[in-house]
Design a protein around this ligand. Structure first.
Ligand code: NAI
Ligand code: COI
Ligand code: MG
Length: 415
């Protein structure tokens, strides 16, 4: 079905006058399109979301997620206020620091924080000339710290439409569905001492410290065990306990925690083996719990099961206030500005914001269904090609998701 389209401020085209903000508008639109089925009422709930597009493709994929949230929310009687803020290289350029005070203040008034990506860009292809505290990535690390989030949920879910998009065989990837839980607030990325020095031979050295305390391990392990209870009851804890003291403590605390969860089957795996097992037989995993650095690396490996890094969303949870939601990918300077980035990781991140942050499952389901439907219609970005697919850009993919939300919603998916 074709609908007139209007260019929204974000550059994404929305179906004209199908931008419902009131019940009347929705029912008018519904009559015109004839296929809209929704349970919208006058907006009765309002959420404020701090939105930080960041750098590179972060600025391209974030508007898609925002428009999906706005539209799906309005269909469920939820009104979002989006407060756009600076972070990373964009913030450094405008304010001289990658994490400005105003951005932090905005967090305190928000119900959730959404971040696109930070990092190097075509304009700033390296940040090596900057002191560490001014690098774009430090903006993100500070945000995670400021929000007190310590568990990063990275679901590895294979869409059946994308089985041919993976570099792995269908028989390996089919029906894979597991959750990587990456410790996010400690370990190698934050440990002290760290820095540069000169050794006894007069050579330059660089050093970092991986340090975990028992409480840091316990709190993230609890999230993993609780999640396993809701899923298939298995936790695989990944470490390098044969070599690292920090991993020995990790393994000990996870084992102690497992005593509180007799229904959960706990196993331990060394990180190098886990890299291999993720590619050999990923179906064995249900919840994969691991440290900050191992989780960072293994989730990019696991991305290839799903088709690519453009498919992985994440939720950073556990903090006392608003939680943080960010796609797993970075600023991708190699494709920045070309309108080819895959926005699905960003939109799936919006789903996680709704599900884990705001507990608005109905809206989350609407967006999830719209993604499913868009893939069913054959639309793909170029990073996830499948035979016979229609390869489209980032904006067009966004428009198709919005159309799925409005127009193509299969009846079985809604009330
Ligand atoms: N959460 C964050 O903000 C993250 C930031 N970074 C930063 O991003 C910058 C670039 O790092 P890279 O190693 O290049 O990692 P990257 O994730 O930005 O890109 C890796 C590769 O995946 C592709 N890719 C990434 N996202 C994609 C998408 N949505 N659609 C299609 N293709 C996609 C890129 O084109 C590139 O070839 C660095 O400054 C890094 O520190 C990296 C990872 C996460
Ligand atoms: C700034 C980096 C630690 C970001 C990253 O690679 C990630 O969180 O996956
Ligand atoms: Mg990473």
């Amino acid at each position: 079905m074709s609908t007139a389209l209007q260019i929204h401020a974000s550059g994404i085209k929305l179906p004209v006058s199908l931008i419902p903000s009131t019940t009347k508008q929705i029912s008018r639109a519904s009559k015109r399109v004839g296929r809209i089925r929704c349970s919208a009422t006058t907006p009765n709930k309002k959420y404020t979301i701090a939105v930080l597009p960041g750098d590179g493709i972060g600025t391209e994929v974030t508007p898609v997620a925002v428009e999906a949230l706005r539209l799906a929310g309005s269909l469920e009687g939820i009104d979002f206020e989006f407060k756009e803020m600076l972070v990373g290289g964009a913030a450094y350029e405008a304010t001289g620091v990658p994490f400005p005070e105003e951005t932090l203040k905005a967090f305190l008034e928000s119900d959730a924080v959404y971040l696109g990506a930070v990092g190097i860009t075509k304009k700033m292809p390296s940040s090596d000339h900057l002191p560490k505290h001014l690098r774009p990535e430090v903006g993100l690390m500070r945000i995670r710290r400021a929000l007190g989030v310590y568990a990063n949920l990275r679901p590895i879910t294979v869409f059946p439409q994308l089985l041919e998009a993976s570099s792995l065989k269908r028989s390996v990837t089919e029906e894979v569905d597991f959750m990587i839980i990456r410790e996010l607030a400690g370990g190698l990325y934050y440990g002290k001492p760290r820095g540069f020095g000169i050794n006894e031979k007069g050579e330059e050295t660089g050093f970092c410290t991986e340090i975990y305390s028992s409480s840091e391990v316990d709190r993230v392990a609890r999230i993993a065990f609780d999640m396993a209870m809701e899923r298939r009851g298995k936790v695989c804890s990944v470490d390098k306990a044969t070599v690292l003291e920090s991993s020995r403590l990790w393994r000990k605390r996870v084992t102690i925690m497992s005593e509180e969860y007799p229904e959960v089957d706990l196993s331990h795996m060394l990180v190098d083996t886990s890299g291999m097992e993720l590619i050999r037989y990923p179906k064995q995993f249900d919840v994969l719990l691991t440290t900050n650095v191992f989780g960072d690396i293994l989730s990019d490996v696991a991305a290839m099961i799903t088709g690519g890094i453009g498919m992985l969303p994440s939720a950073c949870i556990g903090g006392p206030g608003p939680q943080l939601f960010e796609p797993v990918h970075g600023s991708a300077p190699d494709i920045e500005g070309e309108d080819v980035a895959n926005p699905l990781a960003a939109v799936l991140t919006a789903v996680m914001l709704l599900r884990y942050g705001l507990k608005e499952e109905a809206v989350a389901k609407r967006i999830e269904n719209a993604i499913f439907d868009t893939l069913n219609e054959g639309f793909r970005t170029r990073d996830i090609p499948t035979p016979g697919a229609k390869i489209v850009g980032c904006k067009k993919m966004g428009e198709e998701i919005l159309k799925s939300l409005y127009v193509r919603v299969p009846p079985y998916q809604l009330n």
